[in-house]
Design a protein around this ligand. Structure first.
Ligand code: AMP
Length: 433
């Protein structure tokens, strides 16, 4: 039986890979303008990092984490032995916890120093039920800024994110930026209790998931898609009325900055996002384009002032967001934006007969060393078939090398678009291209 790719994963074939590169390069270019620098952290971390950072009661940690067991430890697990914390590993379900861990471990935030601004791109893993726009291995581009609690950091991040979406081609009119404040350690506990009590008061009409959530993670009930739960949650207490003075002030100032930059947003007091670590600002970008499917969130994030402390580091405020690559690609395709691009090759060296093949090979190497992308025939094709291949590879020029050209140290250089041809010295080829 042929083995196929695991459920919920995708191969990034060369065409997709080209777009993925463009996507990441564009994001990094936009974010670098605000001082963000690239970083890469391990694809797996100690499970405890995610449990403590993201929160045990979140769906991501409680249901969707892929745990990794190294060969030797598998025997221990099968024998019922408990692994030490450092051997309990999980594939990263998101990027923030790892980057925050790296910032803490490497002491990047210094007393009185400027905020640390990092950006990353790569695969994330969640054991979700796969559907269009929801994968088990997907790709995110994200940023994290640690060491400053000013609302200007939140606004700066949101603005550069919206600039990125525009730059990559998501139509502005199809995007919706939802904004909320989730409060902080001062005001959220009381609000959380109020929502829990509200759910418990209506539990007979709510689904089992929401009833379970009431104690562990009541705010998640706002995300429930069941009609009855939605109706009941529509009248639940709202965070907006429960914010303390500092949170309210922070939220107002974020909005003032966004207004000043002409960024349109919609306040949504029920936006809670799935991860436990958020404090104050949270936001999500949704797209509304026919053919997009039900997974409309193309990115989101917020402030996480308690996360560093939660994972054992010094109390350090943080802000970040992540963009879903696959969903953006679906959105762009639904909007009719071209994401596929063919590769191009600078030069195809075609040999007229077998006797010039070795010379064509050497010439190709010389041109590659000079920085050109060059292809030659490796299969003894006829000249006609080499031209067909050059066409398929979208070669800009074809250098025809026959015994006569070879004797003069030259090639016949044909321009595939202009259909012109001229004799060019082999040593001049790199400059001519
Ligand atoms: P989150 O880390 O949950 O805040 O997600 C940030 C973004 O990543 C979302 O807005 C989605 O675009 C994307 N995303 C999250 N989970 C998945 C998934 N399972 N498959 C594809 N994209 C995802």
């Amino acid at each position: 039986m042929a083995i196929s790719k695991p459920e919920g994963t995708e191969d990034l074939l060369p065409e997709s890979m080209r777009f993925y590169r463009t996507f990441v390069d564009t994001a990094f270019r936009v974010f670098a303008r605000s001082g963000y620098a690239p970083v890469e952290t391990p694809l797996f971390e100690q499970t405890d990092l995610f449990v403590r950072g993201i929160g045990e009661a979140t769906d991501v940690v409680s249901k969707e984490m892929f745990t990794a067991i190294s060969g030797a430890n598998l025997q221990k697990v099968l024998a019922g032995e408990k692994l030490k914390a450092k051997s309990r590993l999980s594939l990263r379900p998101e990027g923030t916890a790892g980057v925050v861990r790296a910032i803490a471990q490497n002491g990047l935030v210094t007393q009185g120093g400027a905020p640390v601004k990092l950006m990353y791109a790569g695969p994330m893993f969640r054991a979700e039920r796969p559907q269009k726009g929801r994968l088990r291995e997907f790709h995110q581009v994200g940023v994290e800024c640690m060491g400053a609690d000013d609302p200007s950091i939140d606004a700066e991040g949101i603005i550069m994110l919206m600039r990125f979406y525009e730059q990559i081609g998501i139509p502005r009119e199809n995007m919706r930026l939802l904004l909320n404040s989730m409060g902080d350690a001062t005001c959220r506990p009381a609000y959380r209790d109020a929502v829990r009590d509200y759910i418990l008061a209506h539990e007979d009409r709510m689904c089992e998931d929401c009833r379970t959530r009431a104690e562990a993670n009541p705010l998640r009930a706002f995300d429930c898609k069941k009609p009855d739960c939605k109706t009941i949650m529509a009248d639940a207490p709202l965070i907006t009325e429960a914010l303390c003075y500092d949170c309210r002030d922070h939220y107002e100032r974020v909005k003032t900055y966004l207004d000043a930059s002409g960024i349109a947003y919609r306040e949504d007091p029920t936006l809670v996002r799935g991860l436990d670590y958020y404090t104050r600002t949270v936001f999500e970008i949704q797209v509304d384009i026919e053919g997009m499917g039900s997974q409309s969130a193309i990115g989101g994030g917020g402030r996480y002032d308690g996360l560093m402390h939660e994972i054992g580091g010094k109390d350090t405020p943080g802000f970040g967001f992540a963009i879903g690559y696959e969903r953006c690609k679906i959105a762009l395709e639904a909007a009719g934006v071209q994401t596929a691009s063919a590769s191009t090759c600078d030069l195809f060296i075609a040999c007229v007969e077998e006797s010039t093949r070795a010379e064509a090979f050497t010439l190709a190497q010389r041109c590659r060393d000079a920085g050109l992308s060059v292809e030659v025939d490796h299969q003894g094709r006829s000249l006609r078939s080499q031209f067909k291949l050059a066409d398929k590879l979208r070669a800009r020029k074809v250098a025809v090398l026959g015994p006569q050209e070879a004797a003069r140290g030259a090639v016949n250089l044909r321009d595939m678009e202009q259909h012109t041809e001229e004799l060019v010295q082999q040593s001049d080829l790199p400059q001519r291209l």
